[in-house]
Design a protein around this ligand. Structure first.
Ligand code: NAI
Length: 713
């Protein structure tokens, strides 16, 4: 049997475990808690000992061992690192997912290390803790893998600041095993002897729980929820009943080193211990911020020197993210540059206790994009979140818009998003995690007079989102777009000043932060957001009609005749990608031509009649059965903004309409455009129109009466 090297990176879980107050108390009793730490043992004021985090997900440890195919005859729990994101509630369901991340070779006689990492969430949605565990396979060395990185913990050269002695009972493993680790080595004397021990031994994780209690008791008594990290190496086994001593060195505020030893022999059972914790104030701040947190996440916000970007950066930092505040510091139209805008936001974040660095590069060049991402990696080592937010305006109607104004907008909004997203995406792929936001606009989604450069750039970003959602999918990179509405310097002459308060950028922030969080399941979506209203925008596709065939191309006239069906959105669908949309087209063609134009849906309003529409549709309105023997040319002269000249020739029971004047019309109808539309639409009686002077007839008056008979609109 050899280690399964292919198991590296393979997902373990989700593994779920329901637990209640009795499980929490049973664990506490298993690791020696009692009346003097009643907060761990009494359901009325119950707190969870943080080391419960590994006992509660023992299945994950077991799965990691099985998946890696480590030789169980030589397996030991080598090291354990617990990182706490939120206090563990006293009941609920734990959901754990992770993977084996590394396998290291210590040499043929020395064994191998299998490292697995899992994140555990509570059923209330909160991320509770991350477990990084090392399984030591004594019999698996020499497989040719990489050497393990050398790490060591130097204890200070002075007596410990605190010592705690505990006297576990001879029966301690019998209680502890009820929390999940029922391995026979800790209960069965015969099994223990066969394994080379005098009698059953203590669980390493039981001693670990004693150590955890000792650290809390001396450093932040009664407040286990303040612990943020508990890391150690398991070095020797202990027999139950041996007194254990935990030695603690506080090396700085929020950090201590510890080890636990057999108080009789001095043998170290738990070594290289590191404990970290936060102050009460920090804990309160974290819990005030809600459960969507960004601790250990690194975010880049472009254009974060003011407006929306500043609001995002402040809230991300408030919730634990390390933020790169990028801003060119120029004017609203993108001219000029400066450092003060980004610096001011960084100062504000730092003053509130957050972490941030400033960056002043322009998003509009590939070099700028690279430098922005490099700033994040240099300062914080990774990039988890990118909000493409930088923006400028150069509004002009198309005719007045110079190429420079078109190019400037493309450079910042469209090229800017490409320039920063590409290097960030490379990092995110390496990490297997990323959240990207594109900032689009209602001007792009729906159009806005005088902004064709801006609308085009903003809509192009939706195209990027549609494709990047596919490219990021298997790397856990989610890409979404938001169209904000907020009062900023960009909109100060567009949005009504009396609505400034309602239009605060902070109303947009919650959706953006949700989309940036690890709780976000969405990718490829577009949302509008402003004043507390959030909704989704989509491209949907109607069922349409199919016309013609391979040997008979459809004509424009057929298209005209089927316009109702072509434009109908009844039964419209969303397509996940271009392949699905084009596939639907193939399916429709395979089903054959549409027989008749589907009736417009009941809810759909009848299209408004226009003068042009009347003449476009005259072929459909013509009743050839009433036209036997008729030979006439009707000339229409319609005045008004939507008017014009058309003539209609009726001959041989056929009708032909053309625009312009006929040389020899039989009858000429002269009318204003609104009256003409009203008359055709049945709202104005023809006789009344004639007698009131709204309808003038020139030429053959009698023939004009044929119109009513020959056309049914
Ligand atoms: P803003 O003008 O307050 O913020 C934009 C920031 O981007 C500025 O601080 C500016 O210095 C920075 N910037 C400009 N060019 C840059 C470059 N080349 N490199 C780095 N930074 C640069 O405006 P606002 O409203 O906060 O805009 C943020 C984003 O939201 C923009 O993309 C904008 O188009 C978009 N938007 C805003 C709407 C609103 O109602 N405020 C509506 C729709 C979209």
């Amino acid at each position: 049997m050899a280690l399964n090297l292919d198991s590296i990176g393979k997902k373990i879980g989700p593994l779920t475990k329901e637990y209640g107050w009795k499980d929490v108390i049973l664990y506490a009793l298993g690791v020696g808690a009692g009346f003097d730490e009643l907060e761990y043992c009494y359901e009325n004021r119950l707190k969870v000992i943080p080391s419960f985090a590994i006992a509660a997900i023992f299945d994950f440890l077991a799965q990691a061992g099985l998946t890696s195919n480590v030789n169980l005859a030589g397996v030991l729990h080598g090291e354990q690192d617990l990182i706490f994101h939120n206090p563990i509630p006293p009941e609920g369901k734990l959901i754990t997912e992770g993977a084996i991340t590394h396998m290291y070779d210590k040499g043929k006689e020395k064994g191998a290390l299998v490292i697995a990492e899992g994140d555990t969430y509570h059923s209330n949605g909160q991320k509770l803790f991350t477990n990084i565990l090392t399984i030591f396979g004594r019999l698996d060395g020499g497989f040719g893998g990489p050497e393990s990185p050398k790490e060591t913990v130097e204890f200070p050269d002075r007596p410990p600041d605190f010592e705690e002695i505990a006297y576990p009972s001879e029966n301690q493993p019998l209680i502890y095993r009820l929390s999940g680790d029922i391995f026979a080595l800790h209960v069965d004397p015969d099994f223990a002897k066969a394994s080379g021990f005098e009698k059953p031994i203590m669980h390493g994780l039981c001693t670990h729980g004693y150590a955890c209690r000792a650290v809390i008791k001396h450093l932040f008594p009664g407040e286990p929820e303040r612990m943020t990290r508990f890391r150690n190496r398991f070095s020797r086994t202990l027999y139950p009943g041996a007194p254990i001593k935990t030695q603690i060195w506080k090396i700085e505020e929020g950090k201590a080193l510890f080890r636990t030893l057999n108080a009789d022999t001095g043998d170290v059972a738990i070594d290289r211990g590191i404990a970290e914790w936060v102050s009460k104030a920090e804990l309160e701040k974290r819990s005030k911020g809600g459960w969507i947190r960004f601790d250990d996440r690194v975010a880049i916000v472009t254009g974060a020197g003011g407006g929306l970007g500043k609001a995002y950066a402040l809230e991300l930092a408030e919730r634990g993210a390390k933020v790169v505040v990028n801003d060119l510091g120029g004017a609203r139209d993108g001219t000029g540059a400066g450092t003060s805008m980004a610096d001011a936001v960084v100062a504000e974040i730092k003053a509130a206790g957050g972490e941030a660095v400033a960056n002043y590069d322009s998003v509009s060049t590939p070099e700028g994009g690279d430098a922005i991402v490099k700033a994040a990696v240099d300062a914080f080592g990774r990039v988890d979140i990118l909000i493409n937010n930088a923006g400028i305006l150069r509004d002009k109607s198309l005719i007045k818009m110079e190429p420079s104004e078109w190019d400037a907008i493309m450079a910042v909004h469209l090229n800017g998003a490409y320039n920063v997203t590409r290097p960030a995406f490379i990092k995110m792929r390496e990490q297997g995690y990323g959240r990207i936001i594109m900032t689009t606009s209602a001007a792009g989604l729906y159009g806005n007079f005088g902004q064709c450069n801006y609308s085009a750039a903003k809509m192009a970003l939706i195209g990027m989102v549609n494709t990047l959602k596919a490219e990021g999918e298997k790397h856990n990179i989610k890409v979404n777009a938001i169209a904000p509405v907020a009062a900023t310097r960009l909109t100060d002459d567009i949005l009504p000043p009396d609505l400034q308060d309602k239009l605060k950028p902070e109303f947009v922030t919650p959706l953006v932060l949700y989309l940036c969080s690890d709780k976000c399941p969405v990718t490829g979506a577009v949302y509008n957001s402003g004043m507390g209203c959030y909704n989704k925008a989509e491209v949907i596709t109607g069922p349409g009609v199919t016309l013609g065939s391979a040997d008979k191309l459809p004509t424009p006239e057929e298209v005209a005749a089927h316009m109702d069906g072509i434009k109908s959105l009844q039964g419209a669908k969303l397509y996940a990608n271009a392949t699905a949309a084009v596939g639907a087209l193939f399916d429709a063609v395979a089903a054959g031509p549409t027989q008749a134009t589907p009736a417009p849906p009941a809810a759909e309003q009848k299209p408004q009649l226009t003068v042009q529409g009347v003449f476009d549709n005259i072929g459909n309105a013509f009743r050839s059965d009433k036209a036997a023997g008729v030979d006439v040319v009707f000339q229409f002269k319609i005045s008004g903004p939507t008017g014009g000249d058309w003539h209609v020739i009726v001959k041989d029971q056929k009708c032909q309409v053309s625009s312009g004047a006929h040389a020899k019309p039989t009858t000429t109808i002269v009318m204003g455009d609104e009256d003409f539309v009203a008359m055709i639409g049945g709202k104005l009686n023809a006789m009344q129109a004639y007698t009131s002077g709204k309808l003038k007839i020139e030429g053959d008056l009698m023939k004009s009466q044929l119109i009513e008979k020959l056309f049914k609109f």
